[in-house]
Every structure is written in C-alpha cells, then in structure tokens.
Design a protein around this ligand. Structure first.
Ligand code: S3P
Length: 450
C-alpha cells in the first residue's frame, strides 16, 4: 500500500433525479466470513460462489491461510482446501483483521481452544471495540489472554491443552458472541451449549450443520434457544457453497429508491432469512412500496428480488425486540425516517454504541449537521421527517472509520435539498466495494469533496 492510499477520501452526493434500473448487491458479509472460516477448517474442498470480496472478508481469508488453509481464486469462485477440524496450525505472524469485528471475534473463538498462541491486531476502530464479550467465555474454557486493559486489541490468546466444554448464556444479543463460543466448542471434548435468550442471526448454526457438525437447536419454555454442539467431530467440506446477496448492503439502494422521487429499482438476489429482514418489515410498516418477488431457495437460504418504488413514508415506532434482525440497518433507517411524515422512534439500540463507531452518536451528529430534527437517547433515537426533503442536507459528516455511516449519509445527499458530504469514503470497501459504481449506474451522482 502506498502512503497516499491511506489519505482520507472526502465524497459528496447531490440530488440528481430518479434512480432506475436493476441492481445486484454483493454477497452477504456474515455468510462470507463463515464460508472462509468453515471452509478453511473442514477437511476437503469447498468452492465458494458469490463471496463478498470486501476487505473485512478478505482479512478472514488471509487469517485462515496463515493457519494452514489453502485458498485460491479461480475465475469467480474461491476454492478453499481446509485443514480438518482440530488441525489448524499456529500462525507465524499476527492476524490483522483491519476493520472487521466479525472476523476478529469469530476467529478468537475458533483458535481459543487451541494450545498455541495467536495475536490479533486491527485498525483504530477495531482497537477501540470491546473484546471482553468473547474473551470472558474463552477464559471459562481455559484460554489465557494477554490484552490491554479493557480487553481491547492488540491482544494475544493461548488456548489450554484440553479445552473445557461449557454451557454459556449469552448476556447480550450478539451473534458474534454466540458464534465464538460455538467455534471454540468445535475443538473441546464433549458438549458445548450456548443459550441465547434473544434470537440473533443463525448463520453459524445453519452453516455448521451444512459442514456436518453434530449440532442441535431447541427452544425452552421462556423462548430461549439452546444450541448444543458435540466437539471434536469431523467437519466435511461443503462442496459448492453459494453466498446470497447481503440484505444489509441492499438497505442502501433500497432506502435511496424510497426517498428519491420518481425512482423504481429492482434489487436482485437478496437474502430473506428472517433473522435479517427487520428493516424490510419496518419500511413496509412505514408505507414503503417494496414487492418481494421471485422468492426461491439458494444454498439453503431463502432469497428474493425486491421491486422498490419511491414512496411517501410515515413515521412508526420500531419495537426494541426487532433490533437483532436489523442491527446494522438503523443508520440508514434514520435517513428513511428523515423523509417520513411524522416521527420514527427506534428503541433498544444499546449495541449500536459498540459497532465500527458509536453509531448512535455518529448518526445523531450527522442528522444534526444536515438539519434533521431528532432526539438521541442513551439507547434510542427518534427522527422527525420532512417528506419532500426541503431544507435538509448541506452538512459534512464525520464517519469515524464506519462504512455504514459513510453509505447512509451519501444516501441522504441523493434526496436532500442541498448536497451532503462525508469526510472519508475509504471504509465503504470493507463491506460494499461496488457501492459507488452500482449507485452511479442507477443514476446517483458522486463528487469528490473538500
Ligand atoms: C454479525 C453480527 C452482528 C452484526 C455484524 C455481523 C455476524 O454483530 O452487527 O455486522 O456476522 O455475526 P453482533 O453480534 O455484535 O451484534
């Protein structure tokens, strides 16, 4: 990387008429990380189609290669030869996860039950994020941790000679924590159980089953999910694995179309797993015109195309229990709410404070800078909209190394009265490298900013 590549890249968007056409969003980030992790671990060859080639996912691929997996790209397919469960190699160098919380936390779980040392590093954003949520259960299985105070990166872990299988109740709604404990359980003798009081995205459970793990999910009388995994069993390569389009990336062209007058766009091949569709449910309640068409099954998941038309939205109250199924979509929902009639209230947002940035604060400051009426609570946000976008925009938004803050406010500028600029567009490449070209093809206009 040249020193100049590290320079900030300010960018702006402005109103430029209707968005029209068809768009195909890149592969789902959560599933892509897991495809590299499980493909790299399972014995045999997994061929991954539709992988998200974002920086976050590629960092996970590099980490798996450092631990013995062979990963080559043949045309559009990633071919992964895995080491076999229990047979990861001690990495020689540090594992650098860049901006990627999912990659770092899931890999910590994966190596947490190995009797070798692994060092994790990341960028300024990842180095601020809490890792105790994963390190605490790992300590229970016998993992040693050397970390800065507050359990932040850079840090090293060393697993025990024989890991203890645990039963662990996840204290916050987090698929990453659930997954880290399950992945540690893969290399622990006996049964590891994760109890999940609030259901979160279920890709780890579904994909581990697809890779032949011995895993059972039950639900108790209180509605908590119990995921029981028999450790040290074989994992078999998945053969052909297809990654569906990412609903969290689809959220940006979706909201841009809804708020830009005259727009009509079809977004193809979007993952419709119900643990991920909270934004679509919410937008439908707000009166959005979203037709879910061509429903089909792809690689064990439901996918569909979304036929979206500009809509007059109205404010709604989003129930807190919906948060896990749309946790990454609140920043762009706040932009949709800025164009709705009335007030949209979002609650149960405490986890937003520990994402790539403190997203609640970053969204509130971005709304402030663009003249959007809002109230930031400690775990809530309410936004009062201006249906035609009159008077909105004109602000410069600080993105704090957060791709979703960057894309959300660029979407705002596509429909607000005056242009919107962001301080830095570089992080968009972590999850959606095609964002600018795809939106340009639909009719959006980006300009370099000061
Ligand atoms: C993810 C889980 C979520 C989400 C993240 C991806 C995953 O994080 O925000 O973008 O792939 O497991 P938490 O588990 O911290 O809620």
């Amino acid at each position: 990387m040249q020193p100049n590549d590290r320079a900030y890249r300010p960018l702006s968007t402005r109103r430029a008429g209707a968005l029209t056409g068809r768009a195909r969003v890149p592969g789902d980030k959560s599933i892509s990380h897991r495809a590299f992790l499980f493909g790299g671990l399972a014995a045999g060859t997994t061929r991954i189609h539709g992988l998200l080639e974002g920086e976050d996912v590629l960092a996970t691929g590099r980490a798996m290669a450092q631990m013995g997996a062979r990963i080559v790209k043949q045309h559009d397919v990633y071919v992964v030869d895995g080491v076999g469960n229990g047979a990861l190699l001690e990495p020689e160098g540090v594992l650098d996860f860049g901006n990627a919380g999912t990659g770092a936390r899931l890999t910590m779980g994966l190596v947490g039950a190995y009797d070798f040392a692994t060092t994790f590093v990341g960028d300024a954003s990842l180095s601020r994020r809490p890792m105790a949520r994963v390190l605490d259960p790992l300590r229970l299985i016998g993992t040693q941790v050397v970390a800065r105070s507050g359990d932040r990166l850079p840090l090293s872990i060393h697993g025990p000679r024989v890991a203890a299988p645990i039963a662990y109740r996840v204290p916050m709604a987090s698929a990453q924590v659930k997954s880290a404990v399950l992945l540690a359980g893969l290399n622990a003798p006996g049964m590891t159980t994760v109890i999940e009081p609030v259901a979160t995205r279920d890709h780890t459970e579904k994909m581990l089953l697809g890779f032949g793990a011995s895993l059972e999910v039950t639900t108790d009388a209180e509605g908590a999910r119990h995921i029981a995994l028999e450790g040290q069993g074989p994992l078999r390569a998945a053969g052909e694995l297809t990654v569906p389009g990412d609903p969290s990336s689809a959220a940006f062209p979706l909201v841009a179309t809804l708020i830009t007058p005259g727009s009509e766009v079809v977004i193809e091949n979007v993952l419709m797993n119900p643990t991920r569709t909270g934004l679509i449910d919410t937008l439908l309640e707000m009166g959005a015109s979203i037709e879910i068409v061509n429903r089909r099954s792809e690689g064990g998941e439901d996918v569909a195309d979304l036929h979206v038309r500009h809509s007059q939205l109205k404010g709604v109250t989003v129930p807190p229990e919906r948060a896990p199924s749309m946790i990454d979509e609140y920043p762009v929902l706040a932009i949709a709410a800025a164009f709705a009639e009335g007030t949209t209230l979002m609650q149960g947002l405490d986890e937003l404070r520990v994402k790539e940035s403190d997203r609640l604060s970053a969204v509130a400051k971005g709304l402030e800078a663009n003249g959007i009426s809002h109230v930031e609570g400690h775990d809530s946000l309410s936004v009062t909209g201006t249906p035609d976008g009159r008077g909105l925009g004109g602000g410069r938004v600080t993105t704090h190394l957060d791709h979703r803050i960057a894309m959300s406010f660029l979407v705002l500028g596509m429909a607000s009265e005056t242009p919107v600029s962001i301080d830095d567009a570089r992080m968009i490449a972590t999850s959606f490298p095609e964002f600018e070209t795809m939106m340009t093809d639909l009719g959006a206009v980006f300009e370099p900013a000061e």
